[in-house]
Design a protein. Structure first.
Length: 140
């Protein structure tokens, strides 16, 4: 039997949406208030969904302590209370929530082997959420 587990993790971070490949006018037109030179912050909610067979001995898809530890160590400690523009992953990439979602998926895919990583979902605001399920190679 395959089951899915979704855990939620809150964190806060700031960013400025600005592409070095566009002019100042293009950036303002594209990103609007999110192009504020001083940046702006979000209280994100990260959802991580994993799946796998239910272990007959434990009755779980994976050990929650292990999942929580990887998310804390690899994601929350990296991004919580940070300006995303200063984080290595976004040195040449605009730190949109879409790009953050992909980065988190890739980090977790490398760091959590106890269950299959199905999905990363990031809620940025009450109105905006983004999710990533991996590239074609992740869906095989």
């Amino acid at each position: 039997m395959i089951a899915h587990l979704t855990r939620r993790y809150p964190f806060s971070a700031s960013h400025r949406l600005n592409s070095e490949q566009m002019s100042a006018d293009e950036n303002r037109a594209t990103y609007g208030k999110c192009n504020n030179p001083y940046g702006h912050g979000h209280n994100y909610t990260l959802e991580v969904t994993v799946s796998g067979p239910v272990d007959e001995r434990t009755g779980m898809v994976c050990n929650l302590t292990d999942l929580d530890g990887v998310v804390e160590r690899e994601v929350l400690s990296r991004y919580h209370l940070e300006n995303l523009n200063t984080v290595q992953e976004f040195a040449k990439t605009v730190p949109t929530t879409e790009n953050l979602c992909v980065a988190i998926f890739e980090i977790l895919q490398r760091g959590f082997a106890q269950a299959h990583l199905d999905r990363v979902r990031l809620e940025e605001t009450m109105m905006n959420s983004f999710e990533y399920t991996g590239g074609a190679e992740a869906r095989k």
